[in-house]
Structure formats: C-alpha cells, structure tokens
Write a protein that binds this ligand. Structure first.
Ligand code: CP
Length: 327
C-alpha cells in the first residue's frame, strides 16, 4: 500500500503507478464495506471539494457530492456558465483562487482539443489536488470504477488472461467523448488482460494512447489488438464494453461525425451478440446509454449486465482517491 498520495492530482491513471492504483482499490473496497455495514468514515471532516462542470452529468456530480458528505466534508457544485468564467476568469485564476478556498478542485471539461489542457492549466496554478471528472482525453474515475467492478466479478488477482472487448457502438443522441475507451485501454492493459479495441475505421483513438496501451500490455504480459468487425469483438470475450464515441480524429464537425455513424446503425449490442461472448461474460456501459440504439433493453436489463454495480463503484473509488489525496 502506498501512503504518499496526499496532494497528488488525478488527471489520468497512466500517471499513477500500478502500486498506487492497487492502493486506490484497497481503500475503495474498504470504504464500500464500511458503507455497507454503516461504519462512519469521516476522513475529510471540514474539507471542501470545488466541483467545476462545463458539461452535464448525473453519476459524476451526484457521486462526488455524496462521497464528500460521507467523508465528513462538503462539495460545492460550480457551473461554468453561472460563474465569471463566461466573462474571462482564466484557468490560472481558477486554480489560484479556488485552490485557496478549497481542499481539492474537481473539473469536467470535455471540449475537444481543449479540456485536458484546461485541467492541466488549473492544476499548474492550484495548491490543492486537481481531480479530472472527465476531459476530452481521459475519464479516470469511470475507469477505476470499471476496474473495481471487474475485480469484484473475477477476483482481485483474476484479471490476467481475461478478454475485454472495448467496442464502438452506434448512438444518435450526441457525439460522445473518446475519453472512456481511451482510459479503458490504458488501464486494463496494465492488469494483464487481453484488451480488444473494436471500431469502424472512422472511429480511431489517439495514436499516442494506442502506443501507450501497447506498451502497457507488453509490460504486463497481456495483449492489445484492434479489430474492425463488431461481431468478431464479442467472440469469447469475458467482458464486453460496447459504447458510442464521436469520430473526433476524422472530423471536428459534429454533424459530419453523426452522418458517418449512420453507416453503422447495426452496431447494437443484442442477445445474439452476447451469445457469442463467453457464457459467463458481463456487459458493461458507463452510462448514459442510448437504449435500443446502442444496446437493447433485453441486454442492459438482463442477467449479464453489471451497469448498476459499475455506477455504484464510482462512489467508492472517488471517495478512495479523495481520502488519499485531500486528507
Ligand atoms: N458515466 C458518467 O460519467 O456519467 P455522467 O455523465 O452522468 O456523470
């Protein structure tokens, strides 16, 4: 267990060592048990988290806010449009000023080719830890919750040799960020998993992220492969994680991206596809999902779906990171 994490930013899991991520999991499992048996755990009494949102949220907002209350502290909901950010407060000013009022700054800024740099600029000016609640490149707390959920299913040491299919799926609601698949392939390749990335040719991820995933897989003696056939991605997988993302690396035009997607409306997860995976395979999705477009009700509400455990585990991993970095 690592005990030197006070003051650390969490912008991507890639900047934390494997041992540090294991520590987050140790603390998250302990906090989950404590909440289940009603054991108080007010490790952050009188501490304040400033949560700055540039983009809508259900799970992230509610779980961070509930988590801070359960740790004995307080979380402030700050929306960019109702602050002076809209009139010119800079990232440096936000880091300097909110960092003097609070004990941690959490930010969701998903604008393409901007969000991650914004969070890093705030972090550079802040005296308190900065937590990435999702940017254009990474969604670290989602993916740590996913790791915890997979470990619950297969055992803490049981991931080696298991196959996860991180797949694109069609959605019509909006051009979703690429931060979830990118963070998934980065983290799961560090745990010896066989990581499969499946997408149509227009839905590529960032080349440097692919290189890091390959290197992670080499070091952990797992594997990393890229497929372009939706059905083939499901074959014998232990974990299937099909979700939509925008064609960010093909076009910066949202309408063009939406039109490209219309070629692939048959990339929907249904029971026939689930039948191609391992018989004990689990279905995961970070949510929100486009029901009956990305995935059928039968699958997302069916016995192989673990989406609600996955959503719950956001609370526990976030509390773990806050307790470790903000105490
Ligand atoms: N999965 C996720 O981040 O959910 P929200 O967008 O609702 O926060």
């Amino acid at each position: 267990m690592q005990t030197h994490l006070r003051g650390r930013d969490m912008i991507t899991t890639q900047e934390w060592t494997r041992s540090e991520i294991d520590t987050v999991m140790d603390v998250a499992f302990d906090l989950k048990r404590k909440r289940a048996v009603g054991e108080p755990h007010a490790y952050l009494r009188d501490k304040v988290l400033g949560m700055l949102f540039f983009f809508s949220s259900t799970r992230t907002r509610v779980s961070f806010e509930a988590g801070m209350a359960q740790l004995g502290g307080h979380a402030q909901f700050i929306e960019s449009t109702t602050t002076q950010i809209s009139h010119g407060d800079t990232a440096k000013e936000i880091g300097e000023i909110i960092g003097r009022y609070t004990d941690g700054i959490a930010i969701r800024q998903c604008d393409w080719d901007f969000g991650n740099q914004y969070i890093r600029d705030v972090a550079a000016a802040s005296r308190v830890p900065v937590l990435n609640m999702q940017c254009d490149v990474y969604h670290p707390f989602q993916i740590m919750a996913d790791l915890m959920t997979i470990q619950e299913r297969f055992g803490r040491e049981g991931l080696r040799g298991k196959t996860i299919n991180v797949s694109w799926a069609y959605a019509s609601s909006y051009q979703k960020p690429i931060s979830v698949p990118q963070s998934l392939i980065l983290l799961m390749t560090r745990f010896g998993m066989n990581v499969r990335l499946t997408h149509p040719p227009e839905y590529k991820l960032m080349p440097d992220i692919l290189e890091q995933a390959k290197e992670n897989a080499r070091k952990s003696r797992g594997s990393f492969e890229i497929l372009d056939d939706f059905d083939a991605g499901f074959k014998d997988a232990d974990v299937v994680y099909p979700k939509s993302w925008g064609a960010m690396l093909t076009t910066s035009d949202n309408t063009e991206s939406a039109n490209i997607g219309k070629q692939y409306t048959d990339w929907i997860t249904d029971s026939r596809r689930m039948g191609m995976a391992h018989e004990d395979a689990v279905y995961m999705h970070c949510l929100p999902a486009d029901r009956n477009i990305e995935v059928t009700d039968e699958v997302i509400d069916g016995p192989q779906s673990i989406v609600y455990d996955e959503a719950e585990n956001r609370l526990h991993v976030q509390k773990a990171v806050m307790a470790l970095t903000m105490s």
